[in-house]
Every structure is written in C-alpha cells, then in structure tokens.
Design a protein around this ligand. Sequence first.
Ligand SMILES: CCC/C=C/C(=O)SCCNC(=O)CCNC(=O)[C@H](O)C(C)(C)COP(=O)([O-])OP(=O)([O-])OC[C@H]1O[C@@H](n2cnc3c(N)ncnc32)[C@H](O)[C@@H]1OP(=O)([O-])[O-]
Ligand SMILES: Cc1cc2nc3c(=O)[nH]c(=O)nc-3n(C[C@H](O)[C@H](O)[C@H](O)COP(=O)(O)OP(=O)(O)OC[C@H]3O[C@@H](n4cnc5c(N)ncnc54)[C@H](O)[C@@H]3O)c2cc1C
Length: 665
Amino acid sequence: MTLKKVNPDLEKERSTCTFNIEELTNLLDTGAHCTAERRAVEDKVFSVKELKDEIPDEFLSHKERYENAIRKSVFLHKVLQETGVKRGVYNRSDKSDFRTTYYSIFKDGSPFMLQYSMFVPTILGQGDSEQVELWYKRALNMEIIGTYAQTELGHGTFIRGLETEAVYDEKTEEFILNSPSLSSYKWWPGGLGHTTNYCIVMAQLKIKGKPYGMQPFIVQIRDEETHMPLPGVKVGEIGAKLAFNTVNNGFLGFEHVRIPRRHMLMRFSQVSKDGKFTSSANPKLAYGTMVMVRVTIVNSAATYLSRAVTIAIRYSAVRHQSKLKQNEPEPQILDYVTQQHKLFIGIATSHAYMFCSYWLWDVYVMYQKEQNVGNFDRLPELHALACCLKVISSSDCTGLVEKCRMSCGGHGFMMSSNLPQLYGISTATCTYEGENTVMLLQTARALVKAWELGSRGRPFSPTMSYFAEKNVPSKWDSSLEGILNAFQKVSIGKLSSSVSSLQEYTKSGLSAEDAWNKASVQLIGAAEAWGRAVVLSIYKSEIERYGQTVSPALKSVLFDLVELYYVHLTLEKMGDLLLYTQLSEKDVVSLRKKYEDLLEKIRPNAIGLVDAFDYRDEVLNSTLGSYDGFAYERLMTEAMKSPLNAEPVNQSFHKYIKPLMKGKL
Ligand SMILES: CCC/C=C/C(=O)SCCNC(=O)CCNC(=O)[C@H](O)C(C)(C)COP(=O)([O-])OP(=O)([O-])OC[C@H]1O[C@@H](n2cnc3c(N)ncnc32)[C@H](O)[C@@H]1OP(=O)([O-])[O-]
Ligand SMILES: Cc1cc2nc3c(=O)[nH]c(=O)nc-3n(C[C@H](O)[C@H](O)[C@H](O)COP(=O)(O)OP(=O)(O)OC[C@H]3O[C@@H](n4cnc5c(N)ncnc54)[C@H](O)[C@@H]3O)c2cc1C
C-alpha cells in the first residue's frame, strides 16, 4: 500500500500550533543536548534489523515471544554498549536518563528489565566497596545476569513475614539458604524463569537461632556454562499474565543451598567470620532499592500516559464520526468537547507527573549524598513522598491510559493500536513495588506521626509545612495559588479528621491497631489528599521556574495546561472542597465555564503538544498513532499479518464446520 506523506487533517492541525514544538521537546528531555543524545541513540537502535519484529508479538506463542524478547534484549544490549549508553542502562545517574524511549521495542517488557532496574542498583546501593568492585564489573559485562527476588508466594506486601531463611554456619563461614514451605517460594521476580543466573535474594538472616531481619544476599542459581539450575535450586517461570509476558517472571526455592559469607551484601549490616552481627544505622536501609524504584515509577507512569495520549489525540484528529451540524461534513472526533475532556487532561497529567518526577529524583539524589555521610534525616519524608507519589501517579496515569483506549472506540481494542499493552504495563505499576493501598497506608503512618509531633511543637518537614497553618475560613479564590491553598486545606481537614477518629476509637476501648484498621479508609483519603497538594504545588512551581527561561509562546501553553490540571482536579474533588473550603455553587459554575474555555484554548495546540513528546513511530508501535496519521491503512496492513490470513480457507472448516453443516458430526 503506498501512503501519501501526511494525512491532511494532521497537516491542518500542525499549522495551528502556536508554540515551538522543539522547544517543548527539549524541556521534557531536560535539555537540548539530551534531546540530541536521545535521538542519536534511537537512530542507532531502530536501524538494527535484528531489533525489528517480522511477525507482531501477539501472533506468537508464549515460548516464541520469550525467545524473540531474549534475542532482541541481546541485540539491544550490544548496540547500547557500542553507542556508549551506560548510565541509562545500568543505573540512573541523572534526570536525562529517564527518557529511554528505545525500550519500547519490547511491547510487553524485556527479560533483562530487572538486571538493569534492580539487580545492579541493589549491588551498588547495598554492597560494600569490595563487593561493588567484584559484582558490578561482572554485571556490566553481562557475565552475570540477575534479578531482585523478594516477593514470595505467601507474602509480597508484608516483607517482615518473608520465610526464606539464610542461616549462618560459622564452621564453614557460609550461609545456608532454605525455603521451608511452598509459601516461602520466591514468586514474581522478572527474568528469574529462564534468563538469570544470579539473583539478589532477600532472606531472613539467622545466626545461632537468633533472627536479624531481612538482608540482601547475592546467590548463583544457574551454572555459568550450561545454565542448568544448581543443585538444591528449584526455578521456573510463573506463567501467563495480564501483561509483562516477555519479562519471564519466575519462581525460586532453595533446599539448603550454601553460599560464601561474603555473598551477603554488607554495606549497611555485616556478619563477621565468627558470626557477630553488626546492625546498620537504620534497619530500613535494607529497603533502599524499593525507595529508588518507587521514585522512578512516577516517571514511568507519566511516560506510559504520554504515549497513550499521543496515540489517542492523533487518532482523534483523523477520525471523523457523526454530525455536529446537519449540513456540514462529519467532524474530526477531536472537535467533540467530550473527547477533549477525555484527552487533554492526559497531556496535563503527564506533564504534571513528569515534572514532579524530575523534582523527586533531585530530592532522592540529595538524600543519597547525605546518606553517604551518615545523615538519614531526610529519609522519612522521602519514604512518604516516594510511596504517595508512586500511588497517585500510577493510579491516575493508568486510569487515563484506559480512558485513551476507550476514546478510540473499537479500534482502541486492537492490539495493533498498542493501547491494550500500554494499559497492561501501566496497571502493573499500581501493584509492583508496593501495592497502592499499602503504600497509602505507609504515607498515612508518616503523616499521622508528623501531625502528632507537630501538635507537640516539633517542626514539620518542607512538604508538610502547611500543616502548621491555622485553618481559618477564607473566601474562595480561583487563582492557582487559591486552588493550591484550598487543596492544602482539604489535606489538613482529612488528616485532622482521621487523627480525631483514631483518638475516638482508642478512647472507646479499641487497641491502637484496631483503631488504625477501622479508620484506614479515612487514612488513605488523607494520604491521597497530601499527595495531591504536593503534586499541585510542585507542578506549578516547576513550571513557574521553567517559565522564566522559555519563550512567551511556550510559557503561555505550559500555563494553560497547569490551569487545566488545577481546574479539572477542583471539579473532580468538588465534594472534598465543599466540605473543607468556602467553595460555593457560584464558584463551581464559573469554574466549569473556565474549564470549557481552557479546552477550547488548548484545542489548536493539541497535536503540537503530543508531537512535542517526540515519539517516533517505532516507539509508539501503534496503527492509530503514527506521525502521518494513516490509521486505516496501517490497521489493514497489520490485519494482513494475522497468520489466519495466510490462506483463504482454514483447515478447521473441513475438519469441523463442514461436517456440522452437513449434519455429519
Ligand atoms: C520493574 C519493577 C519490577 C517490580 C519489582 C518489585 O515489585 S520488587 C518487590 C517490591 N515489594 C514491595 O514494595 C513490598 C512492599 N512492602 C514494604 O515495603 C514493607 O513491608 C512495608 C513498608 C509495607 C512495611 O514494612 P515494615 O513492616 O518493615 O515497616 P512498618 O510499617 O512497621 O514501619 C516501620 C518504620 O519503617 C519505616 N519504613 C518502612 N519502609 C521504609 C522505607 N522503604 N524507607 C524508610 N523507612 C521505611 C516506616 O515509615 C516506619 O517508620 P516509623 O513510623 O516507625 O517512624
Ligand atoms: C508485573 C509484576 C512484576 C513484579 N516483579 C517483581 C520482582 O521483580 N521482584 C519481586 O520481588 N516482586 C515482584 N513483584 C511482586 C510485587 O512486588 C507484589 O505483588 C506487590 O508488592 C504486592 O504484594 P502482594 O502480591 O503480596 O499483594 P497482597 O499484599 O497480597 O495484596 C492483596 C490485597 O491485600 C491488601 N492488603 C495487603 N496488606 C494490607 C494491609 N496491611 N492493609 C490493608 N490492605 C492490605 C492489598 O491492598 C490488596 O488489596 C511483581 C509484581 C507484578 C504484578
């Protein structure tokens, strides 16, 4: 099929854009040089013929998909090494490493994913200098391929309840790893099934019968030559899933497997030859890799959404349906204001979380520097922020990815649109690295503690400083500052109400734990409200900061999106605002009008805004979202790749249908 250059609808849309698209791309990439570097890597990666799929993944068997993903992982690794991309692959060192768009060559994830995202970072974060020297080098050269094995069949959330044991034998100076029950089998680690030969195993340390809590151990599970599981190691793949089907998630059990003493990662806690345990300054330092990954999830969530919204908005610009005015042609569906309502918030939300993720990464890096000199003061706030922002970014972005999919009608249901796969990998972020409700409860724990300490005169950390403000009623103010203050009031109101309930329940005779459980619906509401206030504040302040350096045209569009985000959230959370602020019906009416005006204002820039995410077609992998907008042609081309279309009549006709038709079954 020969394609014209660009669909005229998209051509028209691009002509109405009021700002410089490249300028916004550079901002999202955290600098023009980062855009250039990213594009250079993409040029390399997408020119490798081995990285292209001849048959779409969805037409392959489970086994073939895995084998194809391994093949591509190896070629990708090779080309990235040749290109000199080390930072983004092994360990993020900078914000610019976030836009590793080339990973989209895996629609459903890479089996090497955990090597890069958790195995190597845990070696770097939890190993002492000698261990880092040994293991990091081996991992860099891909001599060892690893994963992070923490979750078990019986426990994912409650990690103090993990059952895998590492018992120290001082006679041989070894740890003996054992899985005492079926429920103690590791379950879920990415790549564990058939890919990795080593892993970080999080296990309960025991010395002379005494428990010392969960510690990280580096364990060889397969022979480096034959790849056969080592004696005493039971390993395999866990089977088909909603998504991540090429990540090769696995199970793992141990039957008294011995490893040398120095295979416990000993940066923070140590076990001496004679079995003396030296505890870390803070026992939660063993949870460090999880904090780091939660921080990075905020960016992943924003990225998945930015891809989905690019696909949905481009498709909405080329799709014509129904009649707005009887005597006129069918309009682009993007002209329906309900369609704009579904989609423009996706652009704004993606910006909000992307800019917040860069800010959060800076907070994390600052903490890392302080941790290196023994200062852990920032950890409680960082932990609360990482938990809460992980939750609201993953749940908001996943909800909006699904909205994008549905906004494309039937075609959004096609695997070739890539929207179902984007939903699959996005919704996984709501569960992994801390299930979302549990993470909100962790946040609430930190907030209640801060509130109680605050009431006794202790200062609040920066993101909670507004808790100290008196909650005096004031007239509703629809400016950005006014809305931010209103959301802070909601946050204070929900937290103080949760704390009152906790106090009443304990006064009525409930134990602290039962009171907590009974009030937990309120508590997660308070945690979410704090997260909202943080995101509103950071999104606004980051855009105000960038606004000082970008062109007036771009500044104006960036603020349209900030306003849209603020007004949309105000209308969504109207109930809370009516309860805790002076918002009135009259204010709501004028906010609705403001929202409709903003949709109208953003409409001419919709395509420019999604073009600025700068996803080349190979990255989007979508029949509906390509840059040229020829969605129907691509849908048909992809449909023709179905193996069923290789022959006009399938053999099942002769075997089953014909006998049925002839009454001969
Ligand atoms: C590509 C991705 C693939 C996916 C990979 C995975 O999913 S891998 C698998 C991912 N798996 C998961 O994500 C599992 C999710 N589960 C967990 O992370 C933990 O079991 C827990 C945090 C829920 C509870 O832990 P617990 O029972 O040990 O703790 P507690 O509740 O009794 O609180 C005690 C104190 O510790 C504090 N504190 C807690 N965590 C941290 C931290 N990280 N840092 C700092 N501090 C922390 C807490 O604030 C509290 O302080 P307070 O108030 O005393 O001053
Ligand atoms: C795609 C994917 C990839 C993964 N990759 C890895 C990996 O590489 N390595 C690894 O170690 N793990 C991995 N995991 C496991 C993941 O970290 C866990 O599934 C996650 O932490 C949730 O734990 P769980 O499955 O035990 O859920 P559960 O805790 O059993 O959750 C079930 C329900 O119980 C509720 N619940 C549990 N505890 C509480 C509580 N205290 N209060 C209130 N409600 C509660 C939850 O809210 C939820 O509704 C992966 C998971 C997925 C889906």
